[in-house]
Design a protein around this ligand. Structure first.
Ligand SMILES: Nc1nc2c(ncn2[C@@H]2O[C@H](COP(=O)(O)OP(=O)(O)OP(=O)(O)O)[C@@H](O)[C@H]2O)c(=O)[nH]1
Length: 306
């Protein structure tokens, strides 16, 4: 850890934006490791994920807020609360929008939420690879009229255009401060959470539109196998769905889908842990779990931490 802070800058950056604008894609590009989960489906990011980028003269700690949306049930309220609380404790807020979609209700909600916030807010227009450059000025104006942004930066998180400029600009806004994390540490999230998200991602990808984002994955146990010759880690996890019919879909014909989830998740977990992994998956039906706060906590959604 760096002791002398002179000239070194560090701080926290929160990424906020409606579902699917590309927050996870951006984080993955910047941190260069699969820590936030990407999916074509909205709302795959539900917990606070930190990615740490250490450069020569700065350290940026990114906080990926859950997709903001108009609350329909308890999980929605929870996500909004997490997002709001996150915004209080950061040095820069990135408000990410999608260049291919017009300004919408949720964008209004976010900009209203940011009103009276002292933290500098950057408008980051993502997916510019999908629009003609001439359209950009109209997109910018449609947001600029509503909020006084500290910076406006168009990027393509997928292709990398202008991402360096965004990082340089963020660096300018950070206060002088210590290097909070060792340079090689990219996340302080427990491996459990990353593992559960890797499994969840595979279920969402393989079931396509049939399974809602409301599934949860609980890691029951992670233990080192002592009696095998090589290092091997046993991971036991339960996929929680809301209905019997969903259980059938997740398991698939003769267990084929669950088997494929297991194969793909195991490969990623082996990469993450750097050892052989034996993965056991179960599927459990827990009716209406989204509306039960106590159960939300059991599944790792904790609002008392923020
Ligand atoms: N063409 C293009 N597609 C992008 C870009 N950035 C992200 N995407 C795609 O947009 C989709 C959603 O990206 P994510 O990174 O999962 O979005 P997110 O904002 O993290 O979504 P939530 O987790 O739901 O909040 C994925 O299919 C990405 O590949 C971009 O710059 N250009």
């Amino acid at each position: 850890m760096q002791q002398n802070n002179e000239g070194f800058k560090s701080g926290f950056i929160s990424i906020i934006g409606r579902p699917n604008v590309g927050k996870s894609t951006f984080l993955n590009r910047v941190i260069g490791q699969k820590i936030a989960i990407m999916s074509d489906k909205p709302q795959t990011t539900r917990n606070k994920v930190q990615g740490v980028l250490t450069l020569e003269k700065s350290q940026m700690i990114f906080i990926d807020t859950p997709g903001i949306h108009i609350p329909k049930h308890k999980l929605g309220d929870f996500m909004l609360k997490v997002a709001k609380n996150t915004l209080r404790e950061v040095d820069v807020i990135i408000f990410m929008v999608n260049a291919t979609e017009p300004r919408g209700k949720i964008d209004e909600l976010i900009m209203d939420m940011l009103e009276n916030n002292e933290t500098p807010v950057f408008l980051v227009i993502n997916k510019i690879d999908q629009v003609h450059p001439d359209e950009l000025i109209n997109i910018i104006n449609s947001y600029k009229n509503k909020y006084d942004f500290a910076e406006i930066i168009p990027i393509s998180a997928l292709q990398g255009n202008n991402v360096d400029r965004l990082l340089e600009t963020i660096q300018k806004y950070l206060p002088e401060g210590p290097q909070y994390y060792p340079a090689d540490q990219v996340t302080d999230h427990p491996e459990r959470f990353i593992i559960s998200e890797l499994i969840r991602e595979k279920v969402l990808h393989l079931t396509r539109e049939e399974i809602p984002h409301s599934i949860a994955v609980i890691i029951d146990k992670i233990k080192k196998e002592e009696d095998t010759e090589k290092d091997m880690i046993r991971v036991m996890a339960t996929i929680v769905v809301e209905r019997d019919s969903q259980k059938g879909i997740v398991i698939g014909k003769k267990g084929a889908l669950l088997k494929e989830v297991g194969i793909r998740a195991r490969q990623d977990i082996e990469m993450l842990l750097g050892t052989k992994v034996f993965l056991e998956l179960w599927v459990k039906v827990q009716k209406d779990w989204r509306n039960k706060s106590a159960q939300l906590r059991d599944y790792g959604f904790r609002d008392d931490e923020y």
